[in-house]
Design a binder for this molecule. Structure first.
Ligand SMILES: NC(=O)c1ccc[n+]([C@@H]2O[C@H](COP(=O)([O-])OP(=O)(O)OC[C@H]3O[C@@H](n4cnc5c(N)ncnc54)[C@H](O)[C@@H]3O)[C@@H](O)[C@H]2O)c1
Length: 476
C-alpha cells in the first residue's frame, strides 16, 4: 500500500526564467510549499549549471538564498534547460523572463520589450497538452496579460489558458526576507468563473506562508499598473530627496536634518529618504520609461512628463556628483586616479545593472581619469563588460588601459587621488580611515556618494564631500 505522502498527488509548477526573480522566488515557494514540485527552466545553459553548481557560486547573490537552495534543491526544486517537458507536466507556469527597454522599433528607448514574454507564450501554446494557468511574474505594461492570452489562443485554441498577473515586489539585497515576509502579494485575474478559480489557485500557493489579508486580488490591469506605480513612487522619493540635496549643497541646510523633519510627518513617513549619488538597478529606470511611454501612448503627455522628471533628476544627481569629483581632481586630470568603492547598484547584491557606478566611471573615463574599482561581489568580467558596453569599439582598447579592477580595499586605495564611495556595502562602513590614509601615498580625498561615513571619525583627517551636507563639506 502506498504511504500517505506518496498518495497525495503533488502539483507541478514550472517557472520560465531563472534570473534574479525566478531563482529566489521559486526557491522560497519550494521551501514553503513542500506539496509542490517546482521546475525552474531557462534558455541559458550557463545560468542553469550555476544554479546546479556550488552554493557559493550561485548566479544570484542574496543573503539567505544559498541556505534555502541547499534545503530544497533536488528535493522539490529543480533547475534545468528542458523547457518543453517542464511546461508539459506543470499545471501552473510562471513567466519570470526579462522585459528590458526596447532598443529598436516602435517605442525604442522607452517601451518594454515583450519579445521574451511573447516567445514563452508561443512555446507554452505549442507544447501544452492540458489546460494551464499562466502567471505573469515579469513586470510588463498594462494589457500584457490580455496579449499573452491572445498569443496562447492564436497558437492553440483547443486548451484553456488562464492568465494571471502576479508582479514581484522583492528588492534585491533583501529578496529572501521580502519573499518570506512580503508587505503584500498582488494577484490580478479575470472576473470570469474560470478566472476566479485560477486566481484562487495562486492564492493557495502564497497562503502556505502569507496571511490572507496580505494577499490582494484585483483585475489584471490594476495589478500590472500597481507594479509600475510602486516602482515609480519609490524612485520618486529618491529623486525628491536627491533634488533637495542639491539645494543643501549650495546653502546652509543639511539633508539629514531635512529628511528627519520631513519624514517625521506620519503622512510622509521616514523610509527611503536617504540622499545619494542616485538610484540604479534593472527596474526603476526601465519601469518608469515604460510608464512614460504608456502615458504618451494614451495621449497623457503631462502625466508622462511628470514621471519622466524622476529619471531626469536621477541623471542630474549622478552628473552633479561626477562633476564634483572632477573639481576635486583639479589640474592634470589625465594623470589622476579615482578609486571607486562599490560597483553593484546597492549593497548585498551582485547585480550591477544600471548602477550609478557605471555612469560615474564613464564620466571620469571620458575626462581621461584613471580608475581603480573594488566591489566585494561583482565579478571582474561583469565590471569590464559594464564599461565596455558604454564605449565605442575603436575607443575600447584605450579605455581598458585606464581601468584597474582590485581584489581589496587597500589595493584599490593605493596612489589614489580620490576615493568615491558609490555602494553602501557594510565593509566600507568599518574602514579605519586613519589607517588607510597612512597606507596611501597621496593626500586622501573622499567623495561619499552614500553618506556612509560618520564625519566625526574623519574630522581633520581627510578632505571630504558627501551628498547634501554642508557641515561636512570642506572642499567644494
Ligand atoms: N530584478 C529585480 O529586482 C526585479 C524585481 C521585481 C520584478 N522584476 C521583473 O522580473 C522580470 C525578470 O527580472 P530578472 O531581474 O529576474 O531578469 P534576469 O535577466 O535576471 O532573468 C531573466 C531570465 O529569463 C531567461 N529567459 C529569457 N527569455 C527566455 C525564454 N524564452 N525561455 C527561457 N528563459 C528565458 C534569461 O535567460 C534570464 O536568465 C523582469 O520583468 C523584471 O522587471 C525584477
Amino acid at each position: 500500500m502506498a504511504n500517505k505522502e506518496e498518495s497525495i498527488e503533488k502539483k507541478h509548477i514550472c517557472c520560465i526564467g531563472a534570473g534574479y526573480v525566478g531563482g529566489p522566488t521559486m526557491a522560497v515557494i519550494a521551501y514553503k510549499c513542500p506539496d509542490y514540485i517546482i521546475n525552474v527552466v531557462d534558455i541559458s545553459d550557463e545560468r542553469i549549471s550555476q544554479w546546479n553548481g556550488p552554493l557559493d557560486k550561485l548566479p544570484v547573490y542574496e543573503p539567505g538564498l544559498s541556505e534555502i537552495i541547499e534545503k530544497t534543491r533536488n528535493k522539490n526544486l529543480f533547475f534545468s534547460t528542458e523547457i518543453d517537458s517542464a511546461i508539459k507536466k506543470s499545471n501552473i507556469i510562471f513567466m519570470a523572463v526579462n522585459t528590458p527597454t526596447k532598443t529598436k522599433g516602435e517605442g525604442k528607448g522607452m517601451a518594454a520589450d515583450l519579445k521574451h514574454v511573447e516567445e514563452c507564450a508561443k512555446k507554452i501554446a505549442l507544447v501544452s497538452e492540458s489546460d494551464k494557468i499562466i502567471v505573469e511574474k515579469s513586470t510588463a505594461p498594462l494589457g500584457t496579460a490580455q496579449k499573452i492570452k491572445n498569443t496562447l489562443t492564436n497558437f492553440n485554441n483547443r486548451l484553456n489558458f488562464e492568465v494571471i498577473s502576479n508582479p514581484e515586489f522583492l528588492a534585491e539585497g533583501t529578496a529572501i526576507d521580502d519573499l518570506l515576509h512580503p508587505d503584500r502579494v498582488l494577484i490580478g485575474g479575470d472576473k470570469s468563473q474560470s478566472g476566479v478559480i485560477a486566481v484562487n489557485e495562486i492564492v493557495k500557493i502564497y497562503n502556505h506562508w502569507v496571511d490572507k489579508n496580505k494577499i490582494i486580488t484585483t483585475n489584471s490591469w490594476s495589478s500590472e499598473l500597481s507594479k509600475l506605480a510602486s516602482n515609480a513612487f519609490l524612485a520618486q522619493r529618491i529623486s525628491s530627496i536627491n533634488s533637495l540635496s542639491a539645494l543643501c549643497d549650495i546653502s546652509g541646510a543639511e539633508i539629514f536634518e531635512v529628511a528627519k523633519a520631513v519624514g517625521a510627518d506620519s503622512r510622509i513617513g521616514n523610509k527611503f529618504l536617504n540622499a545619494s549619488v542616485g538610484f540604479g538597478g534593472s527596474c526603476f529606470k526601465k519601469d518608469i520609461l515604460n510608464l512614460v511611454y504608456l502615458c504618451n501612448h494614451y495621449g497623457l503627455d503631462e502625466v508622462g512628463e511628470y514621471w519622466h522628471q524622476v529619471l531626469k533628476i536621477n541623471d542630474f544627481q549622478k552628473q552633479r556628483f561626477s562633476s564634483r569629483i572632477i573639481k576635486i581632481l583639479g589640474d592634470n586630470i589625465k594623470s589622476k586616479v579615482v578609486s571607486i568603492f562599490g560597483w553593484s547598484f546597492k549593497k548585498d547584491t551582485n547585480d550591477s545593472r544600471e548602477s550609478a557606478s557605471i555612469d560615474v566611471a564613464k564620466t571620469l573615463l571620458d575626462e581621461g581619469v584613471n580608475i581603480k574599482i573594488y566591489d566585494p561581489m561583482v565579478s571582474k568580467e561583469t565590471i569590464l563588460n559594464d564599461i565596455i558596453k558604454t564605449v565605442s569599439l575603436n575607443a575600447q582598447e584605450q579605455i581598458l588601459k585606464k581601468i584597474t579592477i582590485c581584489d581589496n580595499i587597500i589595493d584599490a586605495a593605493k596612489y589614489s587621488n580620490c576615493i568615491a564611495i558609490l555602494t553602501e556595502w557594510d565593509e566600507f562602513k568599518s574602514i579605519d580611515w586613519t589607517e588607510l590614509s597612512n597606507l596611501i601615498d597621496n593626500e586622501l580625498f573622499i567623495a561619499d556618494g552614500r553618506n556612509l561615513i560618520n564625519p566625526n571619525e574623519i574630522e581633520n583627517l581627510v578632505n571630504y564631500i558627501s551628498v547634501g551636507n554642508t557641515k561636512l563639506r570642506n572642499f567644494d
